[in-house]
Design a protein around this ligand. Sequence first.
Ligand code: NAD
Length: 304
Amino acid sequence: MVARMIDGKAMSAALEQTLEHAVANLVKAYDVAPCLYVVLVGEDPASQVYVRNKTRRTLAVGMRSIEIKLPATISQSALEDQVKALSRDPDVDGILVQLPLPAGLNSDAVIACIDPAKDVDGLTEVSAGRLLLGRPGLRPCTPTGCVILAKHSLGDLSGSHVVVIGRSILVGKPAGLLFLAQDCTVTLAHSRTKNLADVCKSADILVPAVGCPEMVKASWIKPGATVIDVGINKVADPRKGQGAARLVGDVAYEEALEVAGAITPVPGGVGPMTIACLLHNTVLAACARRGWANPDLTAAKWPT
Ligand code: NAD
């Protein structure tokens, strides 16, 4: 058996096309486009690439996107003041602080300055509490993308056993809660989990979110399982020359293809969906805050 590839690029393109249409209707109705502010502190090259991508795709669906670039030497209080000002500004719909922040800056304290109504990354205590309580709110983008990809692959997820590897605040924990909200039976595995391979092998849906290149082997995967690989790892690629690198996930993709029923590639799987979900959250935040009717996204033409 060769696993079906779950195409995150095509899925995110479908969601973004629907969002583009929805944004055009909002602009027609209310004469203003939702506006995302991205705060980038320091010169980290990976963060610069992520922010550029987010900005480009926000603009592509017709929203406004503004980057605020701040020096790595900024003080904690000056950064917090900047984020508080965005929280107060009525023209700002979404605030994203690109993480990680440079050493010496306290990201928890900065995130606490984001108005939960504009928390498009779903990282504030209010957003986390709403997720835990099952109340409406803005959900973290990467785990939301994982659920969309799994649902597209399997349909109803109810009763499926989901094993998430990783318990971070950004991915693992919210992924567990979001799959629970789909009536899945959820296991959160992590660095102290015993017999990890056996735990993984019991999963109908396996969601590795560790940051360890190709740690999940084919022998860890139940035949026919759906694998949603969150990990993004840069590894040396000597075939492309000295110093060259390529991206791999947490799953040994080639061998996993022989066992899984469906699997996301890296790159081109969860990554593009994360940005599409960020754009979706920005539209949702704008509608909720400005009292606009929520656009209907059920019309998304998902790839077959
Ligand atoms: P993190 O370092 O905060 O958390 C990693 C988790 O993995 C921890 O909870 C830890 O318990 C667990 N872990 C570590 N070693 C383990 C081991 N040997 N066995 C089992 N569990 C182990 O990382 P994160 O922010 O949650 O990100 C995880 C991965 O997902 C990274 O590769 C990151 O780049 C990637 N990521 C991808 C996207 C995307 O859009 N695709 C978004 C966010 C993060």
